[in-house]
Design a protein around this ligand. Structure first.
Ligand code: PEP
Ligand code: MG
Length: 579
């Protein structure tokens, strides 16, 4: 009988494959109940694991060179003895039988009980025996999990190929690595639809569901599951009819995506002739290929923080310049909008203690605040961007602005760096456009003033919605409050778009809201003419734009929720989009 687990679908697509529970750092233990009829088999599995552990230790013992210190041999002998001791052999079997639980769980319970006893002892020597228990137990747990082989890089990759990865939480960097290893989809216990991990999943086209509490306990390694990233559902124990139905849907979705490819070279123009610019969001230089394939008109958001994540050192000016230069060359004359480092909140810098200490990182030193606070982080990047601007059309974009003083400070630093480059006879574009992201309520309220001091604006709706509605974008408990149609959001968008008009500067939208086909008619009606979206959604949004005519009807100036919904529904009837 099929069972369904429900979470939040954050990246569309259907994936079908075996579960691979991701164990990060420490070995995590799967805990599940078993049927009465499976008890004997589970005990056999446990005994076999013990036998393999003994064989491994005996083998290791034979490899110890003769002149080695005796206590090393003793150490191994102790472990061998423990593998004969009833506390680690008989007691777990009793737990498997009496509680009808898997061997790993039984062993873990027994380990915890033993450790408690050792920790209560006064004798320091005996207390250290706790480590021996852990070594032996971990050896058995690994065998239960992987058999006699310790997981090497290649076995892990083999396990990941085509798998549905199940984890507590993933970082955006994990997501990128997992995609390279060929996973079919992922599900996490925590996380929200606007987390960078969710965004990375969408742009990497990995079907994903987040916020499925307890999922690691509910699914077993290797069992086949269906993941529906649009509906946010996982289906286990599906029969062949259901599996076939999902396979057909998966294939239909793939062919629909393929058929959109015909729009690649077509302009994003509405049926009544309004031209819209479609730009792409990228995180890594590799994202340029799919972006060009989708026919984007440039990069509207390059999230440079990914250059800094997943490593121990910082990229210097030359390394950054090299990366920017490669992207510019690939873009072949199309504009590149480089967003300066937006570290902090859900994108911590590796090894940054400040982040761990910060009680509320989303309201802390992130984005441009962090950069202005740490010039050694900021200046090399600004210099690299300036130098890159000599190689092609580049724009610089500042994240997390809340005050005009931040813009002025950055402009002062840029002027100083330009003088330094002049002294070094290094070229740059003297009229490099400097734009800002409108993603805090303060920036939205002061959009008119920001528009006066900046060359372009970009609506970062992921953060704007988070801060306007006071909902943490990575907290699944409040994800239900995420509402791009909230009147406060609509008012903010209105305000910013009008400010752009009044000051004659472009306003784009680079938050996820711009990639939602259902919202395109509304955004066009509000006056948005530049979208920056992940490449995976680009052709679908183009299809949508091309099937619409701009409505004659206007949204009231201060609409209430019903008026907004009414408006969206009326517009939805106006297009012929297949979206
Ligand atoms: C946003 O906040 O909408 C945005 C595009 O920036 P990020 O998602 O990288 O914070
Ligand atoms: Mg943001």
């Amino acid at each position: 009988m099929a069972f369904h687990l429900v979470g939040m679908g954050v990246s569309r697509g259907i994936a079908i494959g075996p579960v691979h529970v991701l164990h990060r750092g420490e070995l995590e233990i799967a805990e599940y109940h078993i049927d009465a009829r499976d008890v004997e088999a589970e005990i056999r599995r446990f005994r076999e694991a013990l036998e393999i552990a003994r064989a491994q230790l005996r083998e290791i013992r034979t490899r110890i060179p003769e002149n080695t210190r005796a206590d090393i041999v003793e150490f191994i002998d102790t472990h061998l003895l423990m593998l004969e001791d009833s506390t680690l052999t008989v007691a777990p079997e009793y737990l498997i039988r009496s509680q009808q639980i898997n061997a790993e769980w039984a062993l873990k319970q027994q380990r915890d009980a033993l450790v408690e006893v050792f920790e209560a002892m006064d004798d320091a020597y005996l207390r250290t025996r706790k480590d021996d228990i852990d070594h032996v137990v971990t050896r058995i747990q690994r065998i239960l999990r992987w058999g006699g082989e310790a997981p090497s890089e290649s076995t892990t990759t083999a396990l990941l190929q085509g798998a549905i990865v199940v984890a507590d939480e993933l970082t955006p960097a994990d997501t990128v690595v997992l995609q390279h290893q060929g996973i079919a989809g992922f599900v996490t216990e925590f996380g929200g639809p606007l987390s960078h991990t969710a965004i990375a999943a969408r742009s990497l086209r990995i079907p994903a569901v987040v916020g499925v509490h307890e999922v690691r306990r509910l699914l077993r390694e290797g069992e086949t599951v269906i993941l529906d990233g649009r509906r946010g559902v996982l289906v286990g124990d599906a029969d062949t009819v259901l599996l076939e139905w999902y396979r057909e849907r998966r294939d239909a979705e793939r062919s629909r995506q393929e058929s959109l490819a015909r729009l690649r070279a077509e302009p994003a123009t509405t049926r009544d002739g309004v031209r819209v610019r479609l730009l792409g969001n990228i995180e890594l230089p590799e994202d340029i290929d799919p972006l060009m394939e989708a026919g984007a008109e440039g990069v509207g958001l390059y999230r440079t923080e990914f250059l800094y994540m997943n490593r121990d050192d910082l990229p210097d000016e030359e390394e950054q310049l090299e990366v920017y230069a490669a992207i510019i060359a690939h873009l072949d004359g199309l504009p590149l909008t480089i967003r300066t480092l937006d570290l902090g909140a859900d994108k911590p810098l590796a090894g940054s203690e400040r982040h761990a200490l910060c009680a509320n990182p989303a309201l802390g030193l992130r984005g441009v605040r962090l950069c202005l606070h740490e010039p050694e982080l900021f200046r090399p990047q600004l210099r690299a961007i300036l130098r890159a601007s000599a190689m092609g059309p580049v724009r610089i974009m500042l994240p997390m602005l809340t005050t005009l003083e931040e813009v002025r400070q950055v402009r002062r630093i840029l002027a100083q760096l330009q003088r330094e480059l002049d002294d070094r006879h290094l070229p740059y574009d003297p009229s490099l456009p400097v734009g800002g992201m409108i993603e805090t309520p303060a920036a939205a309220l002061l959009a008119d003033r920001f528009a006066r001091e900046l060359d372009f604006l970009s609506l970062g709706t992921n953060d704007l919605i988070q801060y306007l509605l006071a909902i943490d974008r990575v907290d699944d408990e409040v994800a239900y409050l995420y509402d791009p149609l909230h009147p406060a959001v609509i008012e903010a968008l209105h305000r910013v778009l009008r400010a752009g008009d009044r000051h004659g500067i472009p306003v784009s939208m680079c938050g996820e809201m711009a990639g939602d086909p259902r919202l395109v008619p509304l955004l066009l009606a509000l006056g948005l003419r530049e979208f920056s979206i992940h490449p995976a959604a680009l052709l679908e949004i183009k299809d949508c734009i091309r099937s619409l005519s701009l409505p004659e009807r206007r949204l009231p100036d201060h609409p209430d929720p019903d008026e907004i919904l009414d408006f969206v529904h009326a517009l939805a009837g106006n297009g012929e989009s297949s979206a």
